[in-house]
Design a protein around this ligand. Structure first.
Ligand code: PLP
Length: 233
């Protein structure tokens, strides 16, 4: 069943890539396994998924300590400075950097363990108050400039969450905003290439607009059951 779901998603990714004249291999599927138990993650790994995303720091730490498979770990949720300690050891990518204070602290923690941490800057492209992230290009420009001296972070891209809507125009607008910002900032910092955008609701559109990382939970794992914690399932 998981295999079938994965097949459908991969087929959708392929079609969207083709539509926009892109190579299928440019797009990385991140399985957002939050709230799901270890066995489900291992099940996914066994059918060929290697990238996994979590959005809660302690859950991230616990799962990434238990799982011994060679997984690439993405931290995709909002991160508070006092919780960096839970993710710094095992996160291959942190997608949600939105302030200098956070970047500075990640840099400090990474340095302590002699690591260079890949990060993405989160942008609020939908202008919803409930969403985190930088508000515009000027803020991104300023933050990247301030991060220049930080030797233990490596900015690799931008991330956004679009509105939860079926309005295709609005979704495209969000994704186009992120892409335009990436194209612009890339002229100054060529390492900032990745576009982490697209979830179950909108990943095909995100790919048409240039996504290089799609973060998919529900389409792979089904609706999240939040009545039990992941370790009780
Ligand atoms: C939960 C989550 C996702 C996945 O959402 P689905 O709609 O279940 O695919 C993607 N990105 C972030 C940041 C999330 O928190």
């Amino acid at each position: 069943m998981l295999k079938d779901k994965l097949k459908i998603i991969q087929e959708n990714i392929r079609i969207s890539a083709e539509k926009s004249n892109r190579d299928f291999s440019e797009i990385r599927l991140i399985a957002v396994s939050k709230t799901n138990p270890i066995r489900k993650i291992v099940e996914c790994f066994d059918v060929g998924i290697i990238d996994f995303g979590e959005n809660k720091a302690v859950e991230f730490r616990d799962k990434s300590e238990i799982i011994k498979e060679k997984v690439i770990w993405h931290f995709v949720g909002h991160l508070q400075r006092n919780k960096i300690k839970y993710v710094i050891k095992n996160a291959d990518y942190i997608h949600s950097v939105e302030s200098f204070k956070l970047a500075e602290e990640i840099n400090k923690r990474a340095k302590q363990i002699d690591k260079v941490q890949n990060i993405l800057f989160e942008v609020n492209t939908s202008n919803e108050d409930s969403k985190f992230g930088l508000k515009n290009y000027d803020e991104l420009y300023e933050l990247t400039t301030m991060c220049e001296p930080l030797q233990n972070i490596n900015p690799v891209g931008l991330m956004t969450m679009a509105s939860f809507t079926q309005d295709e125009k609005e979704l495209r607008k969000s994704f186009k905003t992120l892409r335009t910002m990436r194209d612009e900032i890339c002229n100054r910092y060529s390492s900032i290439k990745e576009l982490s955008m697209g979830m179950t609701n909108d990943y095909t559109i995100a790919i048409e607009e240039g996504a290089t990382m799609v973060r998919i939970g529900t389409a792979l794992f089904g609706t999240r059951d939040v009545t039990l914690s992941w370790s009780e399932k």
